[in-house]
Structure formats: structure tokens, C-alpha cells
Design a protein around this ligand. Sequence first.
Ligand code: ARG
Ligand code: ZN
Length: 495
Amino acid sequence: MSAAAGLFLATPAAATDKGPGAPGIGDSYFPEHGNGGYDARHYSLTLDYQPGTDLLRGKTTIVATATQHLTRFNLDFLLKVDSVKVNGRAATFARSGLHELEITPPRALVRGTPFIVEVTYADTPSKVPVPDETGGFTPWIATADGALALGQPQVAWWWFPSNDHPLDKATYDITITVPKGTQAISNGVKVGERTRGDRTTSTWRMDKPMATYLATLFVGQLDVRQGRSSGGLPVTTAYSKNLGRYEAAAKESVERTPEIVDWLADRFGRYPFHSMGGSVTSALPGFALETQTQPVYDPRFFSGGPDTYVVVHENAHQWFGDSVAVKDWKHIWLNEGFATYAEWIWSEKLGEGTAAEVADFFYDQYPAGDPFWQVKPGDPGAADLFHNATYYRGGMTLQALRTEVGDAAFWSIIRTWARAKAHGNAETAEFVALAERISGKQLDALFDTWLFTPGKPATSPTGATPTAAAKSAAVAPASIAKIEKVHELLKHRKP
Ligand code: ARG
Ligand code: ZN
């Protein structure tokens, strides 16, 4: 297998023919997500939001490059569009499919040349129907004092038009105007803010490539804090003023973000972004999400008191999920298995059970006949993207690898993966190839067993027989309850 090195630039399903761009980027689970024929480079969003009425007015400008001769191309978007311009000239547009906006520029676009699309729109996102494929989650939640845009993989359609797939990353400028006294948080760093009359406008800049689902908007009456990490990076934390009984524990947990990011950087290598932070919403999305540099947490993660496990999980995703993003949603374990394994090494650091013990605990906890073992983490299916198997069996896969290759090779694999794929996209076969190259071992059988074979593997992640694994689980790590709580919330439907 060839070495998994080099940076992958977004290469949407390129066609060399002339004509319309494909209505999907070619994802195996979500064929309509993303589009073909062009590569988005930069998004510039100018938004105006009115809490209460949930009126969102916006203009999104996209700088893209045509990857084929393009007579027509699609964006993914659900809101009502007023006008579209391409290279400054009015373009015609039409709707098709679930969320396609088909744009026909006045002149065909030439392969390899940059172009600018400007979409002007206004709508009430909370009134736009949510398709079944979100599994019951609501990606745009209007609150009494603001709104939250948060979802995976579906969320952008409710607030900006895009090439909606992780394969096409881009940089962002997000400018948002809200009533004076209301705060708005997005990704990266706030580069400007001014109040004119009774409206306040702030601009956020994400200067590293970002997948569309990792863009977030959090508007409300917020307690916003800005500081610096020990390494000098800007830190933004934001808390809804309506967190009620969750407030103290939420703040105590999320304020530890810089310390946790530094600790993760010691294991994974340099933190990939130029800022960090965290937001706790009162909107009850039903999960937390690794939105780039600014994860968002449902306050109920902190219902039992402070919880650092979920902060570790979302910040581990900054390396694995955000910087190293999936090429196709079927590779989701590269995100969730890695973030789960980060929780297990955190348990070890807290003295609440070693990563190996936690891995064996979860292995032992599911009997061979449990449906848990029927979901393949390496290809869970669209409906089981966030199944427990993606998380726990994904984490067990990494422990099985560590057991097989030893600590030195394991950490070299993890760090090399984070560095070689930084700000790009990756797939499972490339991880296997890298692990084989660094360890010098043939690992196909190991990965086949853990990722792609339904049924409970014959030996545990540490190589113990089922009986011995049960014994190790008898030293019940105190962390299990906390880890399970994190995962209960992450996988479950909105209560
Ligand atoms: N990626 C998120 C996390 O594990 C979970 C998102 C769950 N989303 C969902 N629609 N179920 O941190
Ligand atoms: Zn996760």
C-alpha cells in the first residue's frame, strides 16, 4: 500500500466534459450532498438576524474555481432566494431535488478559471421543513433571544448556500448584524465589531480551510469571555445567560478548554488552528458538535456537575474531524473513534482507568449477541452514522492497533496522520497504509476484523480472551459512567 502522505486539496467529482455540474459530489451515503464541477475557495457571509421573528437576511459571496467547462452548477440551500449573480451579472436560478439551487450563469464558465457567485436571500429558517435524513434533529433552532445553527452533516442549508460536503473546504468571513445588546458567535476570531444605532455588527474570520458543517452561528443574550491560551492563541467562550442550573458546571468545564487543548497537543501534535473556544447554548440541540475552533455544547452534558470528557471529545475533533476531515461520510470512525479514544486517554490521565482498561470494559460490556456488534464502524450506513459502534468500536480499533504495534509506533502513527493530512481529507485505507508503513506490520486482518466484520472479535482490544477481559473490567473504571453519559447524549434523538 502506498504511503499516506501529502495534502489533499478538495477535488469535487471532476468531469472533463462540458455541461452542467453534477448535483452531488459523490458521497456514498448522501449522494445529493455537495456538487460537482467547481471548487469553493472562500465564503463571505453578510447576515442580519432578528431574534424573536427569526428573520434572517443574507448575502453569501462564494469565490470558486470551475473544474470543468460549466454551463450550469448547483449550490445546496433551502432558504428563499431573491437574486443570484455570477461574476457580477444576474444569473437565473431554479430549485430541484431536496435542497438544490441550480444556477445558470449568463455565460458558461471556463474550466480552471475562478468565478464569484453572489446569492441574496431572506427567510425564516425555523419554518423551513427539516427532512427525515437529519434523524429528528433540528439544525436551526430559534430561541427567545436568538438562534443556533448546529448539525452534522446537515446544517448549512438553513443559513448559507454552499457546496455542502467536507471534501470541499474553504476559508470564511462571517459578518453578522444583530440588535445591540445581543451577541453573535461564529468560527475563528472576531476581527471587528461596531454598533450603529441599535444594531451591532461583528465579523468573524476562519483563516484555515473548514468543512461546511463545521461553520456555526450562535446568537443570543450571552456571557462572552475573551482570553489567551498559554501559547498566546485567542480563546473565546460564550454561555447563554439562560443556562439556569447548568451554568456553573458548564462554565467550570468549558473554561478548561485551553488546558485541555494543550494536553491534547502534547499527544496529537501541534493544534491545527489559530484560535480556540467553546459555546454552551440554551437551545438544547441534543448533542455537542466540534464546530471549528468553537465547539458547541448542549448544557445537559453538565447536568451531573462539571464534565471534562465532552470537552476533550470535541477538542480532539479539531485534529480528527476538522483538520483531518472525511473524504466520504462512510469514514466517520476516523472522526468519532479518534475523539472517543481521546476520552479514554483522558481517563488514564485522571487516574480513572487506563485507555486499555476502558477499551476492554466496552468490549466486555456488549455480549456477542448484542446488535452493537452488527454495525461496522468502517461502514456503518447513513442511518447509523452516530451509532455507538462508530464511537466505541472505533475507539477499540485504535486500542487494538496500539496493542499490536506498541506505544512508540502507535503514537507515531497518530501524530503523523494528524500532520500529513492536516487541513485536508482522508479515508480509512490511507490510515491503514500509514499504520503499516510506520509499524512495518501487515495490518489488513486487524482492521478488517475491527472495522469491517460484523460480530464480536474473538479477543479484546488488548488481546485478552473474553474471560480475561471480564476480569480487567472488574477494576471498574470510575470514568465509564461519565463516558457513557457523553455518548448517551451524542447519539440520542432530541428528548
Ligand atoms: N460529531 C458529534 C460529536 O460526536 C455528534 C453529532 C451528533 N449529531 C447527530 N445528528 N446525531 O461530537
Ligand atoms: Zn464526536
